[in-house]
Design a protein around this ligand. Structure first.
Ligand SMILES: [Zn+2]
Length: 184
């Protein structure tokens, strides 16, 4: 497939000032009609990031880009239940408005059997499973994180009637990669 990028910009106050035409396509493909362009422009970027840990890390990365002028790039996953989506992000300072331009590129997509654990409306128990906000691997033991399909097998969730809730965390690999962007 050809790689598709979504480009958007924030101003000095971290408000979204501009999103390109691919934004809506991506929002709708991700089952997020509440995120279409008309509803997000001029909103604070952090209102659109539902997981607090990701929001916190994006805040640090944005400060870093603004203060150093250094371009930051990293890989991440933006999966939906039926699609593995391998993404690349680039964050560049915008000198003219003291803002940041984001370029989020879908490098590769792989269809799969839908993973119910990622379905937004699935019924949930009080149990928690930790999922890495960045790479979407799940924590299966103190020191092991597995791709979600393997994690589901390992945690015995394959034919569970009620699924656990997802709690967002960060695996050691992603933690290392994000912090290397923040301290270099
Ligand atoms: Zn990770």
């Amino acid at each position: 497939m050809t790689q598709t990028s979504v480009i958007y910009r924030i101003d000095a106050n971290n408000q979204l000032i501009d999103v390109d035409e691919n934004w809506d396509r991506f929002a709708l493909a991700n089952d997020s009609p509440q995120l279409v362009r008309a509803l997000v422009v001029r909103k604070p970027l952090f209102e659109l990031i539902s997981d607090p840990l990701s929001g916190h890390l994006y805040k640090l990365l944005i400060e870093r880009v603004k203060h150093t002028g250094k371009t930051i790039s990293f890989k991440f996953r933006c999966d939906s239940p039926a699609m593995r989506r391998y993404m690349h992000m680039e964050m560049v300072r915008q000198v003219e408005n003291d803002g940041v331009c984001f370029k989020s590129t879908t490098e590769r997509e792989e269809p799969r059997e839908p993973v119910e654990l990622l379905a937004p409306h699935a019924k949930r128990s009080d149990d928690l499973v930790i999922i890495c906000s960045w790479c979407k691997r799940v924590k299966v033991s103190e020191d092991q994180w597995l791709d979600i399909e393997q994690g589901i097998q390992r945690l015995g969730l394959f034919d569970a009637e009620v699924l656990p809730q997802l709690s967002h965390g960060m695996c050691p690999d992603c933690n290392k990669s994000i912090w290397s962007n923040l301290i270099q």
